[in-house]
Design a protein around this ligand. Structure first.
Ligand SMILES: *[C@@H]1O[C@H](CO)[C@@H](O)[C@H](O)[C@H]1NC(C)=O
Ligand SMILES: *[C@@H]1O[C@H](CO)[C@@H](O)[C@H](O)[C@H]1NC(C)=O
Ligand SMILES: *[C@@H]1O[C@H](CO)[C@@H](O)[C@H](O)[C@H]1NC(C)=O
Ligand SMILES: *[C@@H]1O[C@H](CO)[C@@H](O)[C@H](O)[C@H]1NC(C)=O
Ligand SMILES: *[C@@H]1O[C@H](CO)[C@@H](O)[C@H](O)[C@H]1NC(C)=O
Length: 445
């Protein structure tokens, strides 16, 4: 890795069409690199290299920094170091014979990216997909597909049909493959929903990879296991992380990584985070929630929970926005496998007051096992708020508003009998009416 290469990374990272003084970013990169590599200001080759990159970064932004005190003072200090440590001698050596001067297979951490370059993708629930570009999809794909695949790592998910109901799939397996690099050997992590908890380490039993070449004790890669239901796989050397959650029989996964890491491979057409679900497997969740009966009939699914009850449940645990939508959809259509006698009438029986009916239903569902789905979207929401960059979070919020407006327009013009396409041939009545709810509910209270 040459200085030119390092510099080009820095130029890429710091390039910004917005003309502003980027002194903070140069300084932040310098500081982080110093910390990661345990560098001290001394007359060493590595320190001079880092210094040079930093000065280059400063130089590139200097015309936007007139009168910026921070800029002028740090530049002064760094130029003094440069002189003091006689960094020029390394520079000339590097330029002439850079490959021989540096040990091969050295692990250098990527410079930390600015938050605008961070991308986030998440797959959870039925499943719902939040793509890198902010598009949200609900889909029903079966089989294994890469979620993210690049030069550094691969995240593969397996979606499986649950309970044999049409179009009801969830993530049942997550495989993370970390590719061999100067900073790590090849590593594999596997989580399946039928295991008792998430594994504490990679398949080979290790939980971390130390930076091989440095005297520092920073890990290049590590598994940060919190409990049976949450694990983070941190790839510190590329400032990326993979977050896996488990809720009962369901898994979910989120990926956070800088675009420079994600864009190392040419073809992204097969990666779900870039390309989304296959067209044929996409479901219009919004329409389904509004027209549950039509949706259920068309796809031969069941309405497990009435809309109002689902909304109450999802709101009560604090879900909002996209995660509220996902929660409502999942509760209504993916709910726990209820036995036949537990199935809930979709329409209110005549002999109950409305309020009492909903009260009983709420009670029923707070007792029955749908907590998994509610918590899945809740956790997805808290991960999103904790991990996704702010600009992306506001993009998602704006997009939801736009989509809802568009959705309302579409509903008005379309003939509502045709809102769902490619219906499956119905084999049974999807909504089962039970005349007297009390028999089901009273024993549970
Ligand atoms: C500093 O930037 C100017 C353009 O702003 C460029 O002409 C010059 O070569 C740069 N110097 C260094 C040392 O990179
Ligand atoms: C590993 O290190 C060598 C020498 O520093 C460098 O040439 C090579 O590009 C590095 N490989 C990766 C994947 O960064
Ligand atoms: C995101 O990418 C998908 C797939 O390429 C595309 O269909 C969608 O329109 C894009 N969304 C935005 C907001 O650019
Ligand atoms: C949609 O239809 C309703 C009546 O069914 C009408 O009041 C409303 O203005 C329509 N909205 C749009 C955006 O066309
Ligand atoms: C909608 O479809 C139904 C039957 O499929 C038809 O009777 C009705 O006229 C249609 N309405 C409009 C506005 O196209």
């Amino acid at each position: 890795m040459s200085i030119a290469y390092l510099s080009s990374i820095v130029i890429l990272l710091f390039y910004n069409p917005i003309n502003s003084c980027r002194v903070e970013e140069c300084a932040a990169w310098f500081q982080k690199t110093k910390d990661y590599e345990n560098l001290v200001p001394k007359a060493t080759e590595r320190y001079c290299q880092v210094l040079q990159t930093y000065l280059k970064c400063m130089n590139d932004t200097q015309r936007f920094c007139h009168g910026n005190l921070r800029f002028h003072s740090s530049e002064l200090v760094m130029r003094r170091h440069w002189k003091e440590f006689e960094c020029e001698k390394w520079e000339s050596c590097n330029e002439k014979n850079e490959d021989k001067r540096r040990p091969v297979n050295t692990c250098y951490f990527n410079p930390p990216p600015s938050s605008r370059k961070i991308k986030y993708c998440s797959l959870f629930g039925d499943p719902h997909l939040i793509m890198f570009n902010g598009t949200i999809q609900t889909c029903s794909e079966e089989g294994a597909r890469p979620l993210v695949d690049n030069r550094y790592f691969l995240v593969q998910v397996t979606n499986k049909n649950v309970r044999g109901e049409a179009l009801t799939t969830t993530v049942t397996k997550v495989t993370v493959l970390i590719r061999k690099h100067n900073c790590t050997s090849s590593l594999r992590y596997e989580a399946t929903s039928d295991e008792e908890g998430l594994p504490r380490g990679f398949v080979d039993g290790t939980t971390f990879q130390m930076k091989s070449n440095s005297n520092s004790n920073s890990n290049a890669v590590e598994v940060l296991w919190q409990d049976n239901n949450y694990v983070e796989i941190a790839l510190h050397f590329i400032h990326s992380s993979i977050h896996i959650r488990r809720q009962g029989p369901y898994l979910s996964v989120s990926v956070k990584a800088p675009s420079i890491v994600l864009e190392t491979e040419g073809d992204v057409a097969n990666e779900m985070c870039w390309a989304g679900c296959r067209r044929s497997s996409q479901i219009s969740a919004e329409t389904a929630v509004e027209q549950p009966k039509k949706f259920a009939e068309c796809y031969n699914r069941r309405v497990h929970v009435p809309k109002k009850v689902a909304e109450d449940r999802c709101r009560n645990v604090g879900n909002s926005g996209t995660f509220f939508d996902a929660c409502v959809f999942d509760l209504m259509f993916t709910g726990e496998s209820l036995t036949k006698k537990d199935q809930v009438p979709y329409t209110k029986p005549k002999n109950f007051g409305k309020a009492f009916y909903f009260f009983l239903l709420s009670l029923h569902f707070s007792i029955s096992g749908d907590d998994y789905l509610v918590h899945l979207s809740r956790n997805a929401q808290s991960d999103f708020r904790r991990l996704a960059p702010h600009h992306f979070q506001s993009q998602i919020i704006q997009q939801r508003v736009r989509q809802q407006q568009e959705h309302i327009r579409n509903l008005n013009i379309s003939n509502s009998t045709k809102i769902f396409e490619k219906c499956v041939p119905s084999s049974s009545i999807s909504i089962i009416f039970i005349p007297i709810l009390a028999f089901v509910l009273i024993p549970m209270i």
